[in-house]
Design a protein around this ligand. Structure first.
Ligand SMILES: NC(=O)c1ccc[n+]([C@@H]2O[C@H](COP(=O)([O-])OP(=O)(O)OC[C@H]3O[C@@H](n4cnc5c(N)ncnc54)[C@H](OP(=O)(O)O)[C@@H]3O)[C@@H](O)[C@H]2O)c1
Length: 259
């Protein structure tokens, strides 16, 4: 496990990181990576078995983790998660990664109201409640880092994804809102916008995207570690002058015009 010398978001044994949606994909890789960086990690998702798997892979590598199950689409469950974390942690929460996400896509006229609410509850309201629960204490300590997991769809549209995209864009704006609110007291807030990343969420369309992915400047689709590494950098002291930005991790997709 590596040690940081800087005081900001350094990772002594009792410094905790919450990674939502760490039972799978990008969140799993981020939780494992932050544990390697020395943080004790709260692993969370809805799936109890996969939560325990992530915890075990952290422990097998010599790290420390606790798995707590919560449906972040339900505000009461989010508040309960906060209470469980306070009981479980033996030190401050210095890192908050709002990564949990997903949901189906549908044309606006056939998106059920419940699906619209679910998207906003998961991508915007849960991060809002969690940040409200933990950022004030970070600000009081004068250190902490928050990363919001966005998507290219925070800035680029695709038909049939309005509820998903608008909810992700709401979270993206909170990166700036929280930078204004907590930045002056030592809490850095940034976003990561992944492109196409090979995770269980889109394993099913991997073949469909083969040729397209090979045509990206990077020549391949991304893997969860590509995104996790961006998060690890943004929460580290190496990013100490980076506030309120979006780091796009898309293999160059949005930098070039498709020909
Ligand atoms: N993969 C990509 O190409 C891509 C591109 C752009 C953005 N992203 C974003 O990156 C993030 C991670 O995506 P991924 O590809 O790693 O997806 P994934 O493998 O499907 O993982 C999604 C994670 O979110 C959790 N989650 C979903 N709904 C939840 C809920 N209601 N309550 C609590 N946890 C919930 C899941 O936990 P459980 O299954 O245990 O509930 C899982 O751990 C998402 O925010 C996604 O929008 C991904």
């Amino acid at each position: 496990m590596s040690e940081h010398s800087h005081s900001e978001t350094s990772a002594p044994n009792s410094s905790w990181a919450l990674v939502t949606g760490s039972t799978s994909g990008i969140g799993h890789a981020t939780a494992v990576g932050l544990a390697e960086d020395g943080y004790s990690v709260i692993v969370t998702g809805r799936d109890r078995d996969r939560a325990a798997e992530t915890r075990r892979s952290i422990e097998a590598a010599g790290g420390r983790a606790i798995d707590l199950v919560a449906d972040l689409g339900d505000s009461a469950a989010v508040r309960d998660l906060v209470a469980q974390m306070h009981d479980a942690m033996d030190g401050p929460l210095d890192i908050l990664v709002h990564n949990a996400g997903g949901g189906g896509f549908a044309p606006t006229e056939s998106t059920p109201e419940e699906a619209y609410d679910a998207a906003f509850n998961l991508h915007a309201k849960a991060p809002f409640i969690l940040t409200g629960a933990f950022a004030p204490a970070m600000a009081e300590r004068g250190r902490g880092a928050i990363v919001n997991m966005g998507s290219l769809s925070t800035s680029m549209a695709a038909a049939g994804t309005a509820a998903f995209q608008a909810s992700k864009a709401a979270l993206s704006m909170m990166t700036k809102s929280w930078t204004a609110e907590y930045g002056p007291r030592g809490v850095r807030v940034n976003s990561v916008d992944p492109g196409f990343i090979l995770t269980p969420a889109n394993e099913g369309i991997r073949d469909m995207y083969g040729t397209y992915l090979a045509s990206l400047p990077a020549g391949r689709g991304g893997n969860p570690e590509d995104v996790a590494n961006a998060v690890r950098f943004l929460v580290s002291p190496k990013a100490s002058y980076i506030n309120g930005v979006t780091l796009t991790v898309d293999g160059g997709k949005t930098a070039v015009v498709p020909m």
